[in-house]
Design a protein around this ligand. Sequence first.
Ligand code: MG
Ligand code: FE
Length: 170
Amino acid sequence: MSTSANDNLNDWLRDAHAMEQQAETMLKAQAERLEHYPDLRARIVQHIEETRGQQSILDEILARRGVSNSVLKDLGGKLAAFGQGVGGMMTSDEVVKGAMAGYVFENLEIASYTSLIAAAKAVGDSATAASLEQILVQEKAMAAWLLEHLPQVTQAFLARSATPGVEAKV
Ligand code: MG
Ligand code: FE
C-alpha cells in the first residue's frame, strides 16, 4: 500500500486545521481566566486573533486543493488530549504552568508548519508553502515572546504568592 505525497499533505493540512481549533480553545480559556497578568493576557488575546486568521488561511488552502475539511476529523483532533491537559489545569501556580504549556504548544505548531512547508514544496505547491510561511512567522513570534517573558511572569507570580491577601495563580 502506498500513499501519495499529495494525500499526506492533505491529511497534514487537516491536522493543522484541527490544531488551530484546539489552539483557539486553549488560548481563550487562558485569556478568560487571567486577571493579574495583563501583559501576558494581552499577548494571548493578540494570538487568538492571529489564530483565527491562521484558520482562515488553512480554509483557503484546503479549498484551493479541493480537500473537504471534515468536521468529524477536526472534532477528533489528535491534539485534544494535550489541549485538555492544558485547559484543565487549575493549579495554584496556573499562570506559570500555563505560560510553559503555551510555549510547548507554540513549538509544536512551529514543528508542524516547518514539516508542512517541506511537504508543500515537495509536491510543487508553492502557493501553499508561501501561505504556511506567513503562519510560521506568527508561531515563532509567539513562542519567542512567551520564552522571553517567562522569567517576568515567574517573578510576578512569586511576588504575588508571597504577599498575604493577594491572589497569584491567574
Ligand atoms: Mg497557530
Ligand atoms: Fe500559535
